[in-house]
Design a protein around this ligand. Structure first.
Ligand code: ADP
Length: 360
């Protein structure tokens, strides 16, 4: 079949990608067609069990009409939130062992980033996204271990919009801007000077999320518009004290819903819209640059080129673990964005973070 032919043609590239797997994990998730959407042909032609997929453009013919990509996993349209979390859980658990973990949602606006991270509706547990499941799990395991380790969990929520960092847990509506500085209290982790709120149960987290969402809407004409053009970072700090040795371990989990990756037509965008688009492009490519510099073991890692990479500095590189969910909108008119999303993901996936050196 044509799939196997293409796979054969790509064998060399494919093997290279396979060999480098395991360092930064990349999972691809394909969003289903939505109710009311014209159920046209999907651009996702095939999903293999080993993390490969084929994208087709039915309007084209020949070699240019299809491409094979390969990631750690590819999730099709029927995969549930629970199944997604099952493959994320080991990373989450390692935070309690003192690792720094970073989980990104990448993709064009409307491809399902927020669905994966938060879920469509906070009131129904079945559809909860990675964020709530992860925190629920952290509380659950820390309780299980409470005979030997006493854990404390703190949460921060920030937004990065036009290269400005804003605390989403400020309740006075003052909309204050933050400088990034080293917070020595948290073991040198490069967190912005944002509220660090202690939490003990999932309900605490849900309450904070509501505050965060409300604050996110401040100054935005429409919440969806604003949220698709800013990066939101939910950071969970864990501090554990071993009861016998009294030694302290610290782990940190960043859950990042990135701004929409779509390219903006420069001839059409003007004013605020153009500025936003430029900031987004710059910060997403800064993220790609940091990861590829780590891959090449470059002595200089350009963390300082964007606020996003500055905030995440300690969770990218060294012994930190990284997972990126790339999201695909299967509609034909998204074909161009789908290809560029997958190319970005491919660039990010072929690296070895564990062996990379940070520049500190
Ligand atoms: P993004 O955050 O990338 O802009 P959203 O998460 O808001 O995209 O998703 C866009 C729409 O698609 C929403 O209505 C969302 O509920 C729906 N959606 C996304 N992913 C899925 C999925 N896996 N299953 C069902 N609906 C989904």
């Amino acid at each position: 079949t044509s799939y196997h032919k293409v796979l054969e043609e790509n064998r060399l590239l494919y093997n290279q990608v396979q060999d480098l797997k395991g360092a930064i994990r990349v999972y691809c998730r394909v969003r289903p067609f939505l109710p009311g959407q014209s159920n046209g042909q999907s651009t996702v032609d095939y999903i293999g069990e080993n993390g490969d997929m084929m994208i087709v453009n039915p309007l084209k013919h020949g070699k240019d009409s299809r491409r094979v990509f390969s990631f750690n996993k590819v999730f099709g349209t029927t995969v549930t939130q629970e199944q997604i979390y099952a493959d994320t859980q080991p990373l989450i658990r390692s935070v309690l062992d003192g690792y720094n973990v970073c989980i990104f949602a990448y993709g064009q606006t409307g491809s399902g980033k927020t669905y994966t991270m938060s879920g469509p509706d906070l009131t129904t547990e079945d559809t909860w996204g990675v964020n709530y499941r992860a925190l629920g799990d952290l509380f659950h395991i820390s309780k299980e271990r409470s005979d030997s380790i006493k854990y404390e969990v703190f949460v921060q929520m920030i937004e990065i919009y036009n290269e400005q960092v804003r605390d989403l847990l400020v309740t006075d509506g003052s909309n204050r801007r933050l400088d990034i500085r080293n917070n020595s209290q948290m073991n040198g982790i490069n967190v912005p000077d944002a509220f660090l709120v202690p939490v003990t149960c999932t309900q605490d987290v849900l309450d904070l999320m509501r505050i965060g969402q409300k604050n996110r809407a401040v100054g935005a004409t429409a919440l969806n518009e604003r949220s698709s053009r800013s990066h939101s970072v939910l950071t969970v700090h864990v501090r554990g004290r071993e009861l016998v040795s009294n030694s302290i371990l610290r782990g940190c989990l960043h859950l990042v819903d990135l701004a929409g990756s779509e390219r903006v037509d420069k001839s059409e965008a003007v004013g605020e819209r153009l500025k936003e688009a430029q900031h987004i492009n710059r910060s997403l490519s800064a993220l790609g640059d940091v990861i590829s510099a780590l891959a090449q073991k470059n002595p200089h890692i350009p963390y300082r080129n964007s606020k996003l990479t500055q905030v995440l500095q300690d969770s990218l590189g060294g012994h930190a673990k990284t997972l990126m969910f790339v999201h695909i909108n299967p509609e034909l008119n998204a074909f161009g964005e789908t290809i560029s999303t997958l190319k970005f993901a491919e660039r990010v996936s072929s690296i070895e973070l564990g062996a990379a050196q940070s520049n500190k």
